[in-house]
Ligand binder design. Structure first.
Ligand SMILES: Cc1ncc(COP(=O)(O)O)c(C=O)c1O
Length: 388
C-alpha cells in the first residue's frame, strides 16, 4: 500500500501546539509553523484504527496493560535493534520528558550535578533547573560530535548524564565507539545514564541506531532508556512512552517512585495505540522515512542554490534540520526577525538549545510536512533574504 504524505491538512483549531500557539509565542499567527517536533502527515492509519476499534466498545473504564502491549514492544526492540527485553524491564510513562523528570527525582537529590551536551533539546535543561539540580555542560564539537576528552573531565562528580540518542538538535547518530566510551567512563565514575531515544525509530538509512543499552553490560546495567512510538508514528498527543530498565535494582527503585503518585497507569488509548504502531508499523515507517529523506535533500539543494549563506546539516536521524545561519552575519535578534517578520516562518530559534550560546546563529527547521509546504516556506525565506 502507498501512503500519502503530500496532502496538505489544515490543523488550525485542533488545539495543536504547533498551529494554535503561534500567537502566544510570536504575537502573530500569519506564520508557517515549522517548529514543534510533530509531523504534518496523518498519524499512521493503523494507530487511528486502533482508537476507532476501542471506541466501538461503549465503556471507557479503568484500563490495564494488555499482554499484547508488552509483546509488541518486546518484538519491536528485538527486530529493529536486537535488544532483548522482558515485561519486567518495561515501565510505562506518559511521555519521555515526564519520564526523564521522574528519573531525575528518583535517582538524584536537589543540588546534584547533571551533565548535558549542548546544543541540546531544551527541556533537558528545563528539567534540571526546575528540579533544582545543577547543570554541568560538555558542549558538542563544532562538527557536532561528542568532546570525549571534555566528557571525561566534566562527568566527574555528576550523578546523572542525560544522553540524547540520536541527538536533537542536529539529528546526530552516535557511533557504537562513542557510546561505549560513555558507558565505560560513566561506570567508572558512578554516573547513571538517562538515554532519551525518542528519535531512534526515525534513523535515516543508511545510518543505524545503536541503543545505549546495547553497547555492553556496563551500559545495560547502568542506564534508563526512554523510547516511544510517538515521534515515528506521529502520535505524541497520545502521551504514551516507556522507560526500559535492565538493572533490577534500578527498575524497582523507579517503579516504587512512579507508584508513589500512580504516574504509571496510562489511559484507555495508550496501550492499544502503542501495540498497533509496533505491530503494523514497518511498511508505513519505511515510506515515511523515504519521504523525509526526500524533504531533507530538497532543503539542502534549495538552500545551496538560493540561500548559500545558510548551511543545512544533513541529519542522520529524524526530521529536524539544523540550519547554520551564521553566514548571514546577523545578530540573533535580527536572525529571528528575518524568519518571523520578513519570511513569515515559525522555526525554533537555535539559541534555545544552548546553555551558553552554543545554538546562537542557528535555526531548527521541521521538515515533516508535505513538500509543497516546504517549497513555499523556502521561497518565502529566499525572498526575505534577497530583500534585506
Ligand atoms: C529528544 C526529545 N525528547 C523528548 C521529546 C518529547 O517527548 P514527549 O513528548 O514524549 O515528552 C522530544 C520532542 O521533540 C525530543 O526531541
Amino acid at each position: 500500500m502507498n501512503y500519502d504524505f503530500d496532502t496538505v491538512i489544515d490543523r488550525h483549531g485542533t488545539s495543536s501546539v504547533k498551529y494554535d500557539c503561534l500567537n502566544d509565542i510570536w504575537g502573530k499567527d500569519d506564520l508557517m509553523p515549522l517548529w514543534v517536533a510533530d509531523m504534518d502527515f496523518p498519524t499512521a492509519p493503523f494507530v487511528r484504527e486502533a482508537i476507532s476499534q476501542r471506541l466501538r466498545h461503549p465503556i471507557l473504564g479503568y484500563t490495564t496493560k494488555p499482554d499484547g502491549y508488552y509483546q509488541a514492544i518486546i518484538s519491536w526492540l528485538r527486530s529493529r535493534y536486537a535488544l532483548e527485553a522482558d515485561r519486567s524491564n518495561i515501565h510505562y510513562t506518559s511521555g519521555i520528558v515526564p519520564g526523564l523528570g521522574l528519573a531525575i527525582n528518583c535517582f538524584t537529590q536537589p543540588g546534584d550535578r547533571i551533565l548535558v551536551q549542548p546544543p541540546i533539546y531544551h527541556p533537558f535543561m528545563w528539567l534540571i533547573g526546575r528540579n533544582h539540580r545543577t547543570m554541568v555542560t560538555n558542549p558538542l564539537t563544532p562538527d557536532m560530535r561528542m568532546d570525549l576528552d571534555g566528557f571525561r573531565q566534566k562527568v566527574r562528580g555528576c550523578k546523572v548524564f542525560m544522553l540524547c540518542n540520536p541527538h536533537n538538535p542536529g539529528g546526530v547518530v552516535w557511533t557504537r565507539e562513542e557510546l561505549y566510551t560513555v558507558a565505560r567512563v560513566c561506570h567508572e565514575e558512578g554516573v547513571l545514564v538517562l538515554s532519551d531515544e525518542i528519535h531512534a525509530d526515525l534513523t535515516l538509512p543508511p545510518h543505524h541506531h545503536v541503543p545505549f543499552a546495547c553497547v555492553g553490560p556496563l551500559a545495560r546495567e547502568n542506564s534508563v532508556t526512554f523510547m516511544s512510538p510517538s515521534k515515528a508514528f506521529n502520535m505524541p498527543g497520545i502521551a504514551a512512552s516507556h522507560a526500559l530498565i535492565f538493572n533490577p535494582r534500578l527498575g524497582e527503585r523507579f517503579r516504587n517512585h512512579v507508584d508513589t503518585c500512580e504516574y504509571g497507569n496510562g489511559h484507555v488509548f495508550s496501550f492499544v495505540t502503542v501495540e498497533a504502531a509496533y505491530t503494523h508499523g514497518t511498511d508505513w515507517l519505511d515510506q515515511c522515512l523515504a519521504y523525509i529523506s526526500g524533504n531533507i535533500d530538497f532543503v539542502i539543494d534549495y538552500l545551496a542554490r538560493h540561500c548559500p549563506a545558510i548551511k543545512a546539516r544533513r541529519p542522520e536521524a529524524s526530521f529536524l534540520v539544523w540550519l547554520d545561519c551564521r553566514g548571514l552575519g546577523l545578530s540573533q535578534k535580527a536572525l529571528n526577525s528575518l524568519f518571523v517578520d520578513k519570511a513569515h516562518l515559525a522555526l525554533n530559534d537555535g539559541s534555545m538549545f544552548g546553555a551558553d550560546g552554543e545554538g546562537d546563529g542557528f535555526m531548527r527547521l521541521n521538515v515533516a510536512c508535505p513538500r509543497a509546504v516546504l517549497r513555499q516556506a523556502l521561497t518565502q525565506l529566499s525572498v526575505a533574504i534577497n530583500q534585506s
